[in-house]
Design a protein around this ligand. Sequence first.
Ligand code: 1CP
Length: 367
Amino acid sequence: VHINEHLFKYFPTLQNDTFLRAARGEETEHVPVWCMRQAGRYLPEFRESRAGKDFFDTCRSPESCCELTLQPLRRFPFDAAIIFSDILVVPQAMGMDVLMVAGKGPTFPDPLKEPEDLQRLRTAVDVEKELGYVFKAITLTRHKIEGKVPLIGFTGAPWTLMAYMIEGGGSNTYSKAKRWLYRHPEASHMLLRMLTDVIVEYLLGQVAAGAQALQVFDSHAGILGPVQFKDFSLPYLRDIARRVKDKLKETGQDVPMIVFAKDAHYALEDLSQSHYEVVGLDWTIDPRSARERTGGKVSLQGNMDPCALYSPKDRISEIVQKMVEGFGTRGYIANLGHGLYPDMDPENVGAFVEAVHQHSKLMIKQI
Ligand code: 1CP
């Protein structure tokens, strides 16, 4: 991937690096906070911008992605932004059709059914050509954010993307994808390897374009048990972090990486030793036990139940206080345990952000 040094030189200076320091376990004045799906339908301005436009057309427009990424920052003092895009742009880059169907979600008209179908995928993916629109969106947004907060790039994890490519969309059981793991383990590994190769290039391209941190979403990790996770997900997650970091080291770059394997509480110890600086947690894990089990090896991110945002504001503040006390203020990035839902009240999102800043500032002063 070609690194454009000219663009880097002219990026505005970063003013708030709290998120990056927390990711590296360094001291901060407050606990940084952002929300998964902070650019989303709970914001009226998001619904207005997206109205009548095809979802993936929006993803392919750098100007639209930039605007949608910046919207939540205009309302709330988030400590990081995440580029507006989707994890399913990677299967598209590999040659698969993915449509966004209203009321149904992402849909693959022609999903992978049997191992022979792997031949339909592009073998050598030109990431710059297929996903250059994401890189452009990142570079544009990095400029327009004016150094207020760092910009996070992201990807889906190999297993989660494989699950969509075989299921053809969301699913309760993911039994079609899991069938492959039991019946076609070799072909499954081949697909996971192909995805890993594209993902490594994709993440490096995002950093070259200006991403200052990277998150890998293994949203469907929980559907795997501990045995299958160790076989079909963990090695690829580790490989991604290792290869991205090795490559970045060559150019003296150091970009924190976050792994979010939803519902994979059984894998917490392994995840904390997988070359990621930060492990993201869903709300089923108790903060104190997560700290004990990860033994100071990584920073932690999470994990308030998104539904706690349906509480009255004073209750949100109490829940946040307990969460921050549980995690402690060092090496901690506050977030939800999964994304915001469309029916959530933006005011309560603001209350969440404020509570994190307020409680953590007091706690840090008392240390
Ligand atoms: O029109 C719309 O607004 C549709 C809703 C929507 C949005 C806002 C989708 C469809 N994707 C997105 C953007 C998106 N997707 C972001 C943007 C940045 C931000 O967080 O603010 C990110 C990080 C994603 C990542 C993503 N897409 C994940 C991983 C995170 C997670 O939620 O677990 C997954 C699983 C997807 C697939 C996807 N895209 C959209 C939907 C509804 C789904 C889930 C489908 C399903 O599994 O049923």
